[in-house]
Design a protein around this ligand. Structure first.
Ligand code: DQA
Length: 142
C-alpha cells in the first residue's frame, strides 16, 4: 500500500510552536515514527509539508496515481480551504484528515472542517498517534 503523508502550514514549526498544545516532537520526529510504523506494515510512504495551499494541491495532483491512500493534517487550511477539499475529491483517493490537537475543544473557528466531507475519517486530539491511527484507518479499507 502506498500512502501520502501531507502536513499543511506551520507544521514545520512543531517542537517550537505552542508546545502546550502541539507537544514537543518535531515534524522530523513524527515523520520518523510514521516511517517506522508503516515499514513494519510493509507500506510505502511519501512525505510532504508546505506552507502553501497551491503547493499541497500540486503535490496531490502529481502523486495521486501512485497513492492508495492519503493521511493529511491540513493545519489551518482545514477550516477554510475549499480548494484543498476539491483537490481531495478530484483525485478520489481515500483520505483521512488528522490533527494533533482536539479541534472540537478549541476556538470555535477550529470546530469547522471544510475538508472533512471529502475524507473517509477525521482523527483529532491524539498527538502523533493521530497520524498512526490514520494509517490504520486506510489499511482497514485496503
Ligand atoms: C492542527 C489544528 C489546526 O486548527 C491548526 O491550524 C493547525 C494544527 C492540529 O494538528 O491540531 O495548524 O491541524
Amino acid at each position: 500500500m502506498n500512502i501520502l503523508i501531507i502536513h499543511g502550514p506551520n507544521l514545520n514549526m512543531l517542537g517550537i510552536r505552542e508546545p502546550e498544545i502541539y507537544g514537543t516532537l518535531t515534524l522530523d520526529d513524527i515523520n520518523h515514527d510514521i516511517l517506522e510504523y508503516t515499514k513494519e506494515k510493509g507500506f510505502q510512504v511519501k512525505f510532504f509539508q508546505s506552507n502553501h495551499e497551491g503547493a499541497i494541491i500540486d503535490f496531490i495532483h502529481e502523486n495521486y496515481h501512485w497513492a492508495h491512500g492519503i493521511v493529511i493534517n491540513p493545519g489551518a487550511l482545514t477550516h477554510y480551504s475549499y480548494a484543498l477539499r476539491d483537490a481531495i475529491s478530484s483525485v478520489g483517493v481515500p483520505t483521512v484528515e488528522v490533527h494533533l490537537s482536539d479541534i472540537q475543544t478549541r476556538e470555535s473557528f477550529r470546530k469547522i472542517s471544510v475538508i472533512a466531507p471529502a475524507c473517509i475519517r477525521q482523527i483529532s486530539g491524539l498527538g502523533k498517534e493521530s497520524y498512526l491511527r490514520g494509517v490504520d484507518a486506510l489499511s482497514e479499507r485496503w
